[in-house]
Design a binder for this molecule. Structure first.
Ligand code: SF4
Ligand code: SF4
Length: 85
């Protein structure tokens, strides 16, 4: 596609693309051993983990199921489970 000179994308458009439909597995937050380190929040490439006070969760509208949060969690409080669609 040829873009016109001066073309620019509008800010905030990523919110319109619900990338969660790409997923084949999803993270499940167990809420048992969380220390509140926020590693999962910091390392999620989609910025879709939020929470506070050792209760974190994921916005499945945007989670791509990459599994980084589960791998980075030092206390194994996140499990990846398969999703059947
Ligand atoms: S699976 Fe990937 S995209 Fe989904 S919350 Fe974890 S780090 Fe973020
Ligand atoms: S990485 Fe694990 S321990 Fe740290 S905030 Fe996330 S769920 Fe809690």
């Amino acid at each position: 596609m040829k873009l016109p000179i001066g073309f620019y994308a509008q800010p905030g458009t990523s919110k319109r693309n619900k990338t969660g439909t790409w997923r084949t597995q999803k993270p499940v937050y167990l809420h048992k051993t969380c220390t509140g380190c926020k590693f999962c929040v910091i390392h999620c490439p989609d910025g879709c983990v939020s929470g506070d006070k050792k209760i974190y969760d994921v916005d499945l509208d945007y989670c791509k199921g990459c599994g980084i949060c589960a791998q980075i969690c030092p206390v194994d409080d996140i499990e990846m489970v398969s999703e059947v669609r």
